[in-house]
Design a protein around this ligand. Structure first.
Ligand code: MRU
Length: 355
């Protein structure tokens, strides 16, 4: 089945598919400067929490690879600057900070082991590639855990794009749907378009169509209508950050879907890797919500659709844990009380990357 490849490390640099131009055009760019990678994350060439993490790891490796530092000390100073630049791109997806922390840890391990500059450069590239390989493995594990909760047949709903484009693996929420579909579940996916950035209409619809999974695209304001019909068996979405109590930030609009799901007795699930857990914050009140430009609301792909008035664009909302039936991760399935189950999953043995 077709799996999109949003990012790849190559000998020429980091190659990214420009998601802003999908589905109309499939255009890729090759980046050799970490500052360009930071810009690509900020401007949504690449998006989706785990894919942002992979991009940050590769950006950090790129920075080290192209640094002209001639001592470990100079490289360390430059590396701090590289990580700071990559960190200041998108604030909500914790995978970004997770990936940078991991690259920093690896750098210090190497620096303290007495490795020379050439070996550090090589090993940092290897670490970024491992982060990518792990995303592939974790998505597959999440998919297997989550597929059991999908109906044997009928409609399921998602939100935004939590597919291959968003993770650099097979996807989290779409990974669950994909694995269930491959196991023989006869699923039909309802895809809300996900205004204002249209990740549902542009990206999820494209991925499902390319993968041969039946879908119906709906506008966001049709969600309640379809959930009330009694013909939706489950909802599964991704996450950008999951607090210790299970409160979950995901694409704007997810909260209202979860509330409507509860009202209509439709199970609402989250699928996300453990790198998306932020157990350092007690609840969703502590999750920083990215504010994006108002033009993304007043315009669609450069075309003005509203008068020149103020517009708001919080890019994410927080779904309180009470609306979430279960969270699928690569080490198992968490259910309420999340304060215990998420900690247990985070402490369980890691899924290693298939190399
Ligand atoms: O603004 P985006 O497109 O980066 O937002 C993406 C989402 O909200 C996804 O649902 C989330 O990152 C999970 S991706 C597996």
């Amino acid at each position: 089945m077709y799996v999109a490849q949003p990012i790849e490390w190559t000998d020429k640099g980091v190659v990214m598919l420009d998601q802003r131009r999908l589905p109309g055009e499939e255009v890729s760019y090759t980046y050799t400067d970490y500052r360009e990678v930071a810009k690509a994350i900020r401007e949504m060439v690449i998006r989706g929490a785990p894919a942002i993490g992979v991009a940050a790891a590769m950006g950090a490796a790129l920075g080290v690879q192209h640094s002209s530092a001639s001592s470990i000390e100079a490289l360390r100073t430059e590396f701090t600057q590289i990580c700071d630049t990559l960190a200041k791109t998108r604030p909500t997806a914790v995978d970004l900070f997770w990936a940078l922390e991991r690259m920093k840890r690896r750098f210090e391990e190497l620096a303290q082991s007495g490795a020379d500059l050439a070996s550090i450069r090589k090993a940092m590239i290897a670490e970024a590639k491992t982060v990518h390989a792990e995303k592939v493995a974790t998505d597959e594990a999440i998919g297997r855990f989550g597929a059991q909760f999908m109906p044997k047949e009928g409609q399921v709903m998602t939100q935004c794009n939590a597919g291959a484009l968003a993770t650099a693996g097979i996807g989290t929420a779409l990974g669950v749907i994909r694995v269930a579909f491959e196991q023989g579940h006869k699923l039909h996916v309802l895809v809300p378009e996900t205004r204002p950035y249209l990740q549902g209409a542009r990206l999820t619809a494209w991925e499902l169509y390319r993968g041969g999974i039946p879908l119906t695209l709906i506008t966001d304001n049709m969600v309640g209508h379809f959930l009330k019909s009694g013909k939706v068996g489950a909802i599964v979405t991704g996450a950008d950050r999951i607090a210790a109590n299970g409160d979950t930030a995901n694409k704007i609009g997810t909260y209202q879907i979860a509330v409507l799901a509860k009202e209509n007795s439709v199970p609402f699930y989250i699928a996300a890797p453990i790198s998306t857990f932020d157990l350092s914050i007690p609840d969703g009140e502590h999750i920083p919500i990215e504010e994006r430009p108002a033009e993304e609301v007043t315009h669609i792909q450069g075309i003005r659709i509203a008068p020149d008035v103020p517009a708001a664009h919080p890019a994410f909302d927080v779904t309180p844990n009470r609306y979430i039936r279960a969270i699928f991760a690569e080490r198992g399935v968490a259910t309420a009380p999340y304060i215990d189950s998420l900690r247990k999953l985070a402490a369980a043995p890691a899924v290693s990357a298939a190399r």
